[in-house]
Design a protein around this ligand. Structure first.
Ligand code: A3P
Length: 304
């Protein structure tokens, strides 16, 4: 049962937001209209796991290698390719329209974002055409839970009226966009380097961004000199990203009357922020329902 004050619907094991997604589009698998290319680079995440951070890092790498494409030409969102554009107001709608209008004309290699679980990913990829490169970024689900609560609370164009207590419950039950969290993450974990999927964690990025970016650069077959690497790392600090207005520029968001300043992708950027939000009871409930299930699958979660 969906929460009445959080209008989400479930299809094929994944939750979508009523306001954002058109059920027919989801059923028709409109994602398949995207012409998957061998040299596509796709960042797959559960929302609020560091998508923009990785996107910023990868695009810096490519900028330094003289890719001179405008962000809107370079960044698309196949994972949220289900939007019913006309019903999405303001900023997000215009972003989707901008992407749609250039999607097929985008020059290769394209850099894209995707949030969908693997069962919704491109059919040709699932049937074995795995040449494109996918960077799968995961983050511990307690911090994702806090980050997404803060994010949805701040958006004026999504009616999310849940309290923190209700949000924790909705998250644990999987009734959040692209949830359940564990299904989404675990589904992608089934694929590895042989499928051209690289797994990276937000926590490792916090601990040692440079080492993670070396792995990413190797994976993309774009090795960087030490100087370039240092440059990318310095550009990827929270402060540098704030200063460069990455929120706005990278996603090519246009403000059409919707409150853009409220839509913050950059917040605290910490590991363990959840400790300031979860009550003891919420933590126990979360561990019982998610951490224990993840552990059973062999997934190591880094909560600190
Ligand atoms: P918080 O809300 O916990 O601060 P996404 O891009 O997938 O929406 O993820 C957003 C989260 O990534 C936010 O987490 C944001 O602050 C964090 N983030 C983005 N860039 C970051 C950076 N350079 N360093 C640390 N965290 C970053």
């Amino acid at each position: 049962m969906a929460h009445t004050n959080w209008p989400v619907f479930e299809h094929d094991g994944c939750y979508f937001i009523d306001r954002f997604h058109d059920i027919d589009a989801v059923k028709e698998r409109r994602i398949d209209r995207w012409d998957i290319r061998d040299d596509d680079v796709i960042i797959q995440t559960f929302p609020k796991s560091g998508t923009l951070w990785m996107l910023h890092a990868v695009s810096q790498m490519y900028d330094n290698l003289n890719w001179k494409l405008k962000p809107v030409d370079r960044v698309a969102r196949p994972g949220v390719w289900f939007e019913k554009t006309d019903s999405v107001p303001g900023l997000y709608g215009s972003m989707v329209k901008a992407v749609k209008s250039t999607f097929h004309e985008m020059q290769s290699p394209r850099l894209m974002i995707c949030h969908v679980p693997q069962q919704f990913f491109h059919t040709s990829w699932r049937k074995g055409n795995r040449k494109c490169k996918i960077i799968h970024v995961t983050r511990n689900p307690k911090d994702v839970c806090v980050s997404s609560f803060k994010f949805f609370q701040s958006l004026q164009f999504i009616e999310m009226h849940l309290t923190w207590e209700e949000w924790v419950k909705a998250f644990v039950e999987g009734q959040v966009p692209f949830g359940p969290w564990l299904d989404n993450v675990w589904g992608w974990n089934q694929f590895g380097l042989e499928d051209n999927v690289l797994h990276v964690t937000f926590e490792d990025m916090k601990r040692d961004l440079k080492s993670v970016l070396v792995k990413v650069a190797d994976f993309l077959e774009r090795p960087l000199s030490d100087d370039m690497l240092d440059h990318v790392v310095s550009q990827c600090s929270l402060d540098a990203m704030r200063a460069s207005q990455t929120d706005v520029q990278t996603l090519a968001i246009r403000d059409e009357g919707t409150s853009r300043e409220n839509m913050k992708f950059l917040r605290k950027g910490e590991v363990g922020d959840w400790k300031y939000h979860f009550t003891v009871a919420q933590n126990e409930y979360f561990d019982k329902k998610i951490t224990a299930e993840a552990n059973k699958l062999g997934l190591q979660l880094q909560y600190e």
